[in-house]
Design a protein around this ligand. Structure first.
Ligand SMILES: [Zn+2]
Ligand SMILES: [Zn+2]
Length: 337
């Protein structure tokens, strides 16, 4: 099985799932950013997030990729361009002998107040994810989903609202959207969300007053909003709040059966991945004649490319988001907190 995307003329891997001598990392989610590489080239934010999660020794050497700047390795030029997925996330533009390939990592097209927006780059080969690459996945505007949450808080002022959201990116985006909607009460966060949230705030993203649940009497949090990792929303941790309403912010919440099966009372369809329409729109915008699909619903997207007259193939890369947005490694870590 390939250990990520390998670029032979530069001898580098993009998002390798096993330790390699030289890695280029698109973003800090644990299925893309792993520790133990010889050297890591990534944006300043991604390097900082990796250090926060794995400790300063997560790699032997590190180099900052400044978005928009070209870095030559061997005969190949590399350039990092915003991907709109989470803070610091980037597509990696690979250019050699007149051929331009874009490895987009994970990306989305919907506006996100917590990170730079996706910038389409014209290319010959576009490498895309397909986490939500099925026609059933159409994400509604996130603001409308947050309005549902705030409406529920108004309707049930005695109940705690426990919102499951991945600790890197989704949690902070949900908090920022809650603030944009005009909600000014303190927001409460689970311990597993604290470090990354502190980093976002340090980077200048205003999230209003945030209070750690750990230093609060949970019984007093009726009517309040609590942000926690999805795993915590589903276990005993959540049941110690007054009559909790469990919510889950994820693209998967489009599937009602999935929400029911996870015991989610208030599904919020908020995703940091492109939906079916945005995958297609993005592929068209790049003008690429050839599409490689890394992970997710590769078959359906490859099939669509065929109908659109584009060459396409699934890469069958393993180790990325087996649960889609669920980041199995991170989930395990979260569960221990
Ligand atoms: Zn990701
Ligand atoms: Zn991913």
């Amino acid at each position: 099985m390939p250990a990520g995307l390998y670029c032979p003329p530069a001898d580098i891997y993009i998002d390798p799932v096993r330790p390699v001598a030289r890695a280029l990392i698109t973003h800090g989610h644990s299925d893309h950013a792993r520790s133990g590489h010889g050297s890591v080239l990534a944006t300043r934010e991604t390097l900082a997030i990796m250090a926060l999660r794995y400790g300063e020794g997560f790699t032997e050497a590190q180099q900052v990729a400044v978005p928009g700047e070209t870095i030559r390795i061997g005969e190949v030029d590399f350039r990092f361009v915003p991907a709109g997925h989470v803070l610091g996330s980037a597509q990696i533009v690979v250019e050699s002998r007149g051929l331009r390939i874009v490895a987009s990592g994970d990306y989305k097209r919907e506006r996100d107040p917590t990170c730079a927006g996706f910038e389409p780059v014209a290319c010959d080969i576009f490498i895309t994810e397909a986490t939500f690459g099925l026609p059933v996945f159409r994400h509604p505007p996130a603001a409308g989903e947050v309005a549902k949450l705030l409406e529920s808080v108004r309707l049930f002022p005695e109940r705690s609202h426990i919102v499951g959201a991945y600790s890197l990116g989704k949690a902070q985006r949900v908090m920022a959207l809650i603030r944009e909607a005009g909600y000014e009460q303190p927001l409460y966060i689970h311990g597993a969300v604290e470090k990354i949230t502190g980093f976002y705030e340090k980077e200048g993203i205003a999230l209003g007053e945030i209070r750690p649940v750990a230093r609060t009497d949970r019984k007093a949090l009726g009517g309040e909003i609590v942000i926690c990792p999805p795993s915590a929303a589903q276990d005993l941790w959540a049941r110690r709040f007054p009559d909790p309403v469990t919510a889950f912010a994820s693209g998967w919440m489009r599937i009602r059966a999935r929400a029911r099966q996870k015991g989610v009372e208030l599904p919020l369809v908020i995703s940091d991945h492109a939906d079916w329409d945005d995958l297609q729109a993005t592929i068209r915008e790049t003008g690429a004649g050839e599409i490689w699909v890394t992970h997710g619903e590769a078959e359906a997207l490859v099939h669509w490319c065929g109908t659109a007259g584009l060459k396409a193939k699934p890469l069958h890369l393993v180790g990325y988001g087996d649960e889609g947005e669920a980041e199995p490694v991170e989930e395990a870590a979260d569960a221990a907190v």
